[in-house]
Structures are given as C-alpha cells and as structure tokens.
Design a protein around this ligand. Structure first.
Ligand SMILES: [Ca+2]
Ligand SMILES: [Ca+2]
Length: 519
C-alpha cells in the first residue's frame, strides 16, 4: 500500500457532522441576510432581529458559519443604506439589546456576525448633514462637500443657493474624508460595533467611491489610504479572528487586486460571479477558471469571496430562466471553488427576483404562503413562486436545491481539500465540461460539471495525473473515487459518462500504485 493510500483514508471527511461551535480563523461559508425580509416575530409584516434569532438553526443547518446583515442601523429607507444614527438599531428591527441577544445566540451556533457599514455617505436626514445644511459655521459643515455651482452628482440645497455632493442620490450626501475628523468618527463607530455590539466584522459598502478627487469618483489613491487606515485600525483593536472586513469593489479583477495587501481583509470577487453565471447560462466554461486563478495567484483564498448573486442583482433562478438544473450546477461550482463563498438568502431555495430593487429583496419563502414569513401583511409581497420554491416544500425532499446547498456547505466545512485546497484546473477537451481539482496535501476532490445539454465524456485519467498528489517515481498510478454527492458515497475506479446538466464531486479515496513493468 502506498503511503498516500493510508493518508487519504485517514482524511476521509466526516460528512454530515454537527457544525462545530468554535470559530475558525476565517469564515468558511457566509450567508447574506436582509433582516426586513427574513422573519417577522411580531406580526407587523417586517422582518426583525428576534425573528432572525429564531431562524439561526436554519442558517446553521445550511452550513453557514458567518452571516452578513445588510444595514441594521437606524435609517428612513426600507434598505437602510442611508443611515441616520450609526449607534442605534433601526427601530423596525428591534433594539440594541435585541441585536446583542442575536449576536450572542449566533455565537452559540458557531456563526460570526458581519454588519454592513456605510462609510461613503449618510442619510440626508442625519443630524450631521442637517446641521451642516442649516448652519455654515457648524463643525459638521466640512464633513460634507459643497459647491456654489451645479454639476453631475451635485444636488441643490433646500436651504440656500448652493449644492452638495451625493454620488448615489440626493438622499445620500457623501461624507468628506478630506476632513480627518470623518474617519476618526467612523473608527469610533467601528469600535462601538466591535466592542459594545460584539460583531465579528464588517461588510463595507461602495468602498471604491470613498474619496473623490476632482472629477475622479472611484479608486483614487486617497480612497486606498482611507481603507488602509480603517482596515489597520479594525485589526489593531480586534485582531483576526476577532474581526473580518470585506469590501464591495464592484469593478474588474485588476482594479480589485489594487485593494490588497494592506487595506481591508477581503473583497467580493464580482468577476467570478459574472463568469460563473455566464458559464451556466451559456453552457460553456468560458473564462471562469482563469478568473478564479487570477485571484488565487494574487491572494490567499480567505481574502476573496466568490458568490452568485447579491441584493443588487437579478436572482440566479430568474437570470437562468427558471432552470433548476442550472441553479444546482451554479451552487455546486460556487461551493467547490476556493475563496469564501457568500450565499444571498433565498438563493438556496431558488427564489426568483428581478429589478426594481425591492423585488430582489422580497420576503423569505418559508412556506407556500406569506404566513411562513409573517402573521401580518408582509412589507413587500412575496414572489409568486413561493407556492413551490419554499423551505417547507424543499426541506424533506432529498433532491431539492435546498438539500444540495446543505450537502455542499457541510462538505466544504468538513473537507480540508474543498475548504482550503489549491485549485488545479483540468483540461476537459470539451467547452461544455468544467473540470477542476481541489488538492491539499495528499487529499484531493475532483469536480466535473457538464454544463451542456448532451452527455459528455469525463476527462481522460491521464489528464488528471499531473494534478493528483505526487506519486512516487517509477510507479503507475491508478485512482479510486468516492462520490460525495451520492447517498452512501459509493466508490468507483473509473469516471462515468457525464449526464447532461449534471455535476459530480469525487473525493480521491485510494491510490493504487504498481511497479511499472517492461513489456
Ligand atoms: Ca417585525
Ligand atoms: Ca465618496
């Protein structure tokens, strides 16, 4: 028996094991939640923190060890991205004490909590802005940007003949980071959430737009400097794993990579999201793996986050034209690639949703009617597909999208190669067959995805050899595989013909080596 065999056998994952409570150094899988739409505990039709707390078993059962809450600070808008008080929980969602109780319960579930922090702008109703608007001598006057002349993104003051800068909307005046007091205040805000609210980090909104220089609104050197300063501050008061910061830089890969190594901990890998969705939609592998490799070459996997969709994008099921098989392929790819995958709530049950934004953020479909979400009238109507795409219906169905997500996230949490292994792309020789391996030490997981509509051959064994854990010199290698997605994890010696629109995840189960013989 080759030593690799023993090692591989010893490292067989404990699939289906309970989620471990202690926090890992970095998140494994993160779940994005819009609190307003998750679960309503008091019948007012609005999801809230007590409701979210009641659903922690569900999130934990989904295999997530991290949640990102879209903004929970006080705000006049339904989405919360325009904050009026950074130190107070939005009353629709509950109280600061409700939030602390939620965090404590999340930690008991082994789930870390990241909150959305909006540094770029406040609400126009924030007291700072109101003071600055009314009183040109206010100390908060220079926390915003003013002009005597109009221009793109400059909005007319309702008080006097002048304009203020707001990149996204007149209701969201940009903060002026040229005044150091602004960053100092935001550091105080970060400390408040880390110390008093006990969060584990932040998702930082729209960070590429933080500091404008002249007419340059994105990716300026001053923006990098603010992030460097902010990221270092957070790490200094809450060293990892006590904190994790992840930024939204919605841009191409080359630009995203300029935000490393010394700014935030991580960034969303928007280009991977695009390439992944494109591959499933067009049924061609396209540029997906090269895009992943570009991130993987540049930074360790805990520092970038692939995802399918977020709260600003057409949901997967809608983008794929209600193709459940395609949604399963996308999930399998996302959850077997390196990086820290983020899953937007409802994607795991195949919820639909398209613009306008409110319809991307509809109430979670717990059951066939809105009663699963609230006993009252939902703040926004549910998607009509709640009749079929809902947790109750999918929960007990072994082949459901929900149970595939659960299986894959638990595999990822328990299998070292899937969680931390390096990516080894495999040349499949077929533009519709995506093939790669995740390799860590002597363990390896092979992922084969037939994106196409016709059966396809698996890659030839010879094309895999170079990616396998190195065999001893002078031996012939024969491998066995355990099917991680099939019940009972059956073993096989050869790879199957790949059925149309099917994904396969195999763990290297044994390496049989024989001395090469001369004929
Ligand atoms: Ca409520
Ligand atoms: Ca800005």
């Amino acid at each position: 028996m080759h030593p690799l065999v023993l090692l591989a056998l010893l490292q067989v994952g404990t699939v289906g094991a309970q989620h471990a409570a202690p926090l890992r150094q970095h998140p494994t899988t993160c779940y994005e939640v819009f609190v307003r739409s998750f679960y309503d505990s008091n019948g007012d039709g609005i999801g809230d923190l007590r409701g979210l707390t009641q659903k922690l078993d569900y999130i934990s059962g989904l295999g997530a060890d991290c949640v990102w809450l879209m903004p929970v600070a006080e705000s006049p808008s339904y989405h919360g991205y325009d904050v009026t008080d950074y130190n107070r929980i939005e009353p629709d969602y509950g109280t600061n004490d409700d939030f602390k109780a939620f965090v404590a319960a999340a930690h008991q579930h082994g789930i870390r909590v990241l909150v959305d922090l909006v540094l770029n702008h406040t609400s126009s109703q924030h007291p700072w802005f109101q003071e600055a608007l009314q009183d040109t001598a206010s100390p908060h006057r220079s926390w915003y940007r003013w002009s005597k002349t109009p221009g793109n993104n400059w909005h007319k003051s309702p008080v006097r003949d002048e304009y203020y800068f707001g990149l996204f909307w007149s209701g969201m005046p940009d903060l002026n980071y040229e005044n150091p007091a602004v960053l100092e205040e935001m550091k105080r805000v970060a400390r408040f959430w880390l110390d008093s609210m006990q969060v584990d980090g932040f998702r930082l909104d729209a960070v590429r737009h933080l500091v404008e220089v002249g007419n340059e609104f994105s990716n300026t050197p001053a923006t990098h400097q603010v992030l460097r300063d902010f990221g270092q501050y957070v790490r200094s008061i809450a060293p990892p794993p006590r904190s994790y910061t992840i930024g939204e830089v919605w841009d191409n890969t080359d630009v995203i990579l300029t935000y490393y190594p010394d700014q935030l901990d991580a960034y969303f890998a928007f280009p991977i999201s695009e390439a992944l969705m494109e591959a499933v939609r067009t049924r061609k592998v396209g540029g997906l793996l090269p895009t992943v490799e570009q991130f993987a070459r540049a930074e360790p996997a805990w520092r970038w986050a692939p995802f399918q969709r977020n709260h600003d994008q057409t949901r997967t099921m809608t983008a794929l034209g209600n193709d459940t098989a395609g949604a399963k392929l996308a999930a399998t790819i996302l959850l077997t690639l390196p990086g820290v995958p983020f899953v937007y709530y409802g994607e795991e049950i195949g919820m639909t949703g398209d613009k306008p934004d409110e319809r991307l953020r509809t109430p979670m479909q717990w059951s066939a009617s809105s009663r699963g979400f609230t006993s009252g009238k939902p703040w926004e109507s549910l998607q009509s597909d709640t009749l079929t795409a809902n947790v109750a219906a999918e929960d007990g169905r072994p082949g459901s999208l929900l149970n595939l997500y659960r299986k894959l996230t638990h595999l990822r949490a328990t299998n070292g190669a899937l969680r931390e292994g390096r990516l080894e792309p495999i040349e499949s020789g077929n533009e519709s067959v995506l093939a790669y391996m995740r390799v860590q030490d002597s363990s390896a997981v092979l992922v084969l995805v037939n994106l196409g509509g016709t059966a396809a051959s698996a890659p030839a064994p010879s094309s895999l050899v170079g990616s396998l854990p190195a065999p001893a010199v002078g031996v012939q290698l024969q491998v066995g595989w355990r099917d991680l997605l099939a019940r009972g994890n059956p073993r096989r010696r050869s790879l199957p013909v790949l059925a149309p629109r099917r994904a396969y995840v195999y763990e290297l189960s044994e390496v049989v080596t024989t001395k090469r013989t001369n004929r």
